[in-house]
Design a binder for this molecule. Structure first.
Ligand SMILES: Cc1cc2nc3c(=O)[nH]c(=O)nc-3n(C[C@H](O)[C@H](O)[C@H](O)COP(=O)(O)OP(=O)(O)OC[C@H]3O[C@@H](n4cnc5c(N)ncnc54)[C@H](O)[C@@H]3O)c2cc1C
Length: 449
């Protein structure tokens, strides 16, 4: 039995199904749950006020949960490796347990930690839990390289053996005389304002949200109910993806949730194995990106004159979240109709999304831009057809584009077809492009490559 183990928390802000914490409690007399507010990460997340706000909620919730188990969350600020070693020296710890993560930044931190722990004679262990299947578990049989196409990855992933859920942590003790440290307020970390209607972070809310979703499954196409809205909780590890699969097991959405979580793993393994994927096109593109500042502003402000696009972009700013189907339509519009660089769109999403996750964000942007893993890279989503399909009643559009609240569901998808007089009364922008013309231009560019 070890005397004291430090569990370094990162994007695993939970106590349920936390393999590193469960093992530490089994292995040691005292366990110290540590979170280091990493100044390098904060500098980036300062520009992501919604995600930062969610993170602080999640930390406060984790602290309450650990206090209820007889312990606390120990908080420090600075460089995680240095702060961790300072703490292990002060309390004379014998081990460091960490949940493994897939981003290049996290991998680098893990290597540094392993090196420093070795020097300090500390037992260093990495644990699973961030993904369903480890990012280094599945490779193509023929070449041993990472999968770049989803379907063959899915076929292997679905039959890959899964770990059991980690045992429940009921209670444990901290060593004596350890200062807990305070969780900063949002105002101490960023001057930017948070969207008015973002979801609140934390493990307890994650479980409530999942229960609510599973108890109210609706088979209709209503955007408000047709997905779990669990993405920010999964991103910050307030719930494990394996818990989501196991909780949904007897429901009609089990298969769909499992498949969506496979998409999540798919992009995580791509970034873990091909870190350049974050910045570079995975496949070449036969045309140059446009540089239309005004069109980008119209897109990002939800002022394109295409109601479904504008509703999505306005929801993003209000709630820090949009449904996957709307994300696809707005991203296709930016990269295929306006032919603007997916990196601009991904950066804008990063600022506002409460669930912003580098692997899922870049993976999906590259997919829709045709530079990534889509097997049909030249597909272009028709924003009018998509609007009619996704939001036949127009209620979603009306919720976010108030100027159109008086328009009938028949006319709401193509307001430019209204008479000049009716249009003038609406105070809604005229469409910035013609869908037919720009999709034809896109096809011509592709054909002439
Ligand atoms: C342009 C674009 C950018 C995106 N950026 C992000 C991002 O930064 N962070 C993020 O978590 N997701 C991102 N997604 C994926 C997807 O839109 C969200 O995960 C999903 O909308 C979250 O809603 P939900 O939790 O209700 O999903 P559900 O349908 O309930 O799915 C359950 C979980 O599966 C995962 N998931 C579902 N779809 C995908 C997908 N296509 N790719 C990866 N994981 C998926 C999510 O973790 C999600 O919470 C992006 C998609 C697009 C098209």
């Amino acid at each position: 039995m070890l005397e004291t183990v430090v569990v370094l928390f990162n994007r695993d802000l939970r106590t349920v199904d936390h393999p590193a914490l469960s093992e530490a409690v089994k292995d040691a007399h005292f366990v110290v749950p540590l979170f280091v507010i990493d100044e390098k990460i904060i500098r980036t997340t300062m520009e992501r006020p919604n995600a930062l706000s969610f993170l602080l909620d999640a930390l406060n919730d984790l602290r309450s949960s650990l206090i209820s188990k007889g312990a606390d969350l120990i908080v420090r600020q600075g460089d995680p490796v240095k702060e961790l070693i300072k703490l292990t020296t002060n309390i004379n710890a014998s081990g460091v347990y960490v949940t493994s993560d897939s981003t290049p930044y996290a991998k680098n931190r893990e290597q540094e930690l392993a090196k420093e722990c070795y020097k300090e004679n500390l037992e260093f262990k990495l644990f699973p839990g961030a993904t369903v299947v480890d990012t280094n578990a599945i490779y193509t049989s023929s070449t041993g390289t990472p999968y770049k196409i989803f379907t063959p990855y899915w076929k292997k992933w679905i039959s890959y053996p899964r770990r059991s859920l980690a045992s429940e942590v009921k209670s444990f003790s901290l060593p004596e005389k350890i200062q807990s440290g305070s969780i900063p307020s949002l105002g101490e970390l960023t001057k930017l304002s948070v969207s008015p209607n973002i979801d609140k972070g934390g493990e307890s809310i994650a479980h409530q949200q999942l229960d609510r979703y599973l108890q109210n499954i609706q088979d209709d196409n209503n955007l408000a109910y047709s997905s779990s809205r669990m993405s920010p909780y999964l991103h910050f590890g307030c719930i494990s993806p394996l818990t989501m699969i196991s909780e949904s097991i007897d429901t009609s959405v089990h298969e769909n949730i499992t498949r969506q979580l496979c998409w999540r793993d798919f992009y995580q393994q791509l970034v873990a194995n091909i870190p350049e994927f974050i910045t570079d096109d995975l496949r070449t593109r036969p045309y140059k990106w446009n540089d239309h500042k005004n069109l980008f502003i119209a897109w990002s402000e939800g002022m394109t004159g295409f109601p479904i696009i504008d509703a999505g972009m306005r929801q993003l700013k209000l709630e820090g979240w949009i449904h996957n189907r709307i994300r696809l339509v707005v991203a296709s519009f930016l990269t295929k109709h306006l032919r603007m660089d997916w990196r601009l769109g991904a950066k804008h999403f990063s600022h506002w999304l409460v669930d912003v996750d580098v692997s899922s964000n870049v993976g999906n942007w590259q997919w829709i831009a045709g530079t990534g893993t889509d097997t049909r890279p030249n597909r272009i989503l028709n924003p009018i057809l998509q609007s009619k399909k996704i939001d036949p009643s127009g209620n979603y559009i009306k919720k976010y584009v108030k100027e159109l609240s008086v328009i009938s569901s028949k006319n709401i998808h193509e307001p430019w077809k209204l008479s000049e007089r009716d249009l003038r009364g609406l105070q809604y922008p005229h469409r910035v492009i013609d869908h037919e013309v720009e999709s034809q231009n896109f096809r011509t560019l592709i054909r002439n490559k």
